[in-house]
Design a protein around this ligand. Structure first.
Ligand SMILES: [Zn+2]
Length: 489
């Protein structure tokens, strides 16, 4: 057999195998690699159940569970890829979707896709066009099947738990690279969508926003003089912080509210760039909330700017703490409240100067024993208290480090928190260090990043030596580890 003939056979063989793949790829859903033989891959969306997916593809829960080796049908997770029986051609075509970006309106999105507001609203069961929110996934084209892809009615200030935002919950052992590969996107794209500056700093249980499978198309509709609007991260999480940034073509002053709190607005670049750091309090019900801003122009004209933001539940777990004998009197509400009042007053103030830059460092070279947000009960009591910091285990005497530059605003011995230090990092960002054995700084002192400010101890309400690290932003305690992963300035 000549080499040319052999080559021809190879080419023909390739063609035979590639041709059906090319045809089915055209019929398949936009999900990368969706079609393989007589199976379709379905990526689980938020709010979907195995039952609903089975219904959509005309199969059964039992068949889906068997095909995917699922033992507990309730344990599927958002972003999970499921094999679904049947060829892509027989399955309903997935609709084209658009993820709402900050500054977009239903009207501008309708224009972008050559449709109209009424059709878009009807397709997405939207009653009030002003209720669309950042991160919302809108269906642009109707699915081929008579049943809608999602039933998603959005009501302002109400939970919208079925909103199909594509969130991936990081599993143990996963890397950003693996997750990006899984969704067919670049690591950089995934990192920037989630504001991650160091891709090695992701952790199990972290919620990542998966950017749209197709590159996002912008349909901005911003009122003059607003030229830009940035929300980081795109979807807010209960117990985490967010940064809102508005750019304007002229100097303005700005004020606003979110979650019934007055916002601290930091105006820079000759009052053309305005930054707001907000904290979503633990216990905030998931749903869509309006951030209301007002721009005050030099000519006296006021321009309102409302942004609907989605808040998702933090998914925090529950744990029981057994206190050492003789220290239960520290659970006395009056003792606790008086001390919390001091902390709240100190950590809720605002310095317009920013001392921090980039992500924070870690406050100790020690393992995390209890994460932020855990719902706690003490000595088997009612599980009603939230853990408002991150605990680091550490032998007594282990150094406590300032994670960023700042000014010491509290250095005291407290009943519950023991030997406590608070650092003001500016822009309404404060960090607290409880239960220390030793304290090396005084109120008013400027500290540098990485400076040793004390040592780990077991003072106050503790079960053993550890550092409790707390971070407040705009008067709200949030997960300090988010500030280690993200750069907020
Ligand atoms: Zn703690």
């Amino acid at each position: 057999m000549s080499r040319h003939l052999a080559l021809l056979i190879v080419l023909l063989t390739l063609l035979v195998f590639m041709l059906p793949a090319a045809i089915s790829a055209q019929e398949a859903t936009p999900v990368p690699g969706a079609s393989q033989n007589n199976l379709t891959i379905h990526v689980v969306q938020r709010g979907e159940t195995l039952f609903r997916i089975a219904l959509r593809y005309g199969t059964t829960v039992a068949e889906l569970a068997a095909l995917n080796g699922i033992t507990d049908p309730g344990s599927i997770f958002v972003g999970q890829r499921l094999l679904v029986p049947g060829s892509a051609a027989s399955a309903p075509a997935a609709p084209q979707t658009h993820v709402v970006q900050p500054g977009e309106t239903l009207r501008s999105i309708a224009e972008l896709y050559g449709t109209n507001v009424e059709a878009l609203a009807a397709l997405n069961n939207i009653i009030d066009v002003n209720t669309i929110y950042v991160g919302q996934v809108l269906n642009i084209s109707a699915p081929a099947a008579p049943t809608p892809f999602t039933q998603n009615t959005v009501t302002d200030q109400q939970p919208a738990s079925n909103a199909p935002v594509l969130i991936h919950i990081v599993q143990p052992g996963e890397t950003l690279f693996r997750i990006a590969t899984r969704y067919g996107i670049a690591v950089n794209e995934l990192a920037s969508a989630n504001g991650i500056s160091d891709p090695s700093l992701i952790y199990a249980g972290q919620q990542l926003v998966i950017p749209g499978f197709e590159p996002p198309q912008l349909a901005l509709d911003l009122p003059a003089p607003v030229t830009g609007l940035d929300v980081l991260p795109l979807v807010l999480i209960e117990g985490e912080a967010a940064r809102i940034r508005v750019t304007t073509s002229e100097s303005v002053t700005m004020g606003g509210t979110f979650l019934s709190r007055t916002l601290n607005v930091i105006s820079e670049q000759n009052n053309r760039q305005h930054t707001m750091l907000i904290g979503v309090p633990l216990g905030t019900t998931s749903g869509v909330y309006t951030l209301s801003l007002t721009l005050f122009k030099a000519d006296g004209i006021q321009v309102p700017l409302n942004i609907n933001l989605q808040i998702l539940a933090g998914g925090y777990s529950t744990e029981n703490i057994n206190l050492l004998a003789g220290r239960d009197n520290l659970l006395e509400p009056s003792v606790e409240q008086a001390e919390l009042d001091i902390i709240t007053r100190v950590m809720s103030s605002f310095s317009p100067q920013r001392y921090f830059d980039g992500p924070l460092g870690l406050p100790a070279a020690a393992a995390i024993t209890s994460p932020f947000g855990v719902i706690r009960s003490y000595n088997g009591g009612e599980a009603s208290r939230r853990h408002t910091g991150t605990d680091f285990a550490g032998a007594p005497g282990t150094s406590v480090l300032a994670p960023a530059p700042g000014i010491v605003v509290l250095a005291d011995t407290l009943n519950v928190r023991g030997l406590a230090t608070v650092i003001d990092h500016g822009w309404g960002v404060f960090t607290g260090y409880w239960h220390q054995a030793e304290q090396y700084v005084q109120v008013g002192e400027t500290v540098a990043s990485g400076q040793i400010i004390g040592t780990i101890g077991a003072t106050g309400r503790v079960t053993g030596a550890h550092l409790h690290w707390e971070l407040w932003v705009s008067g709200v305690p949030v997960d300090p580890m988010q500030w280690v992963r993200l750069s907020f300035p």
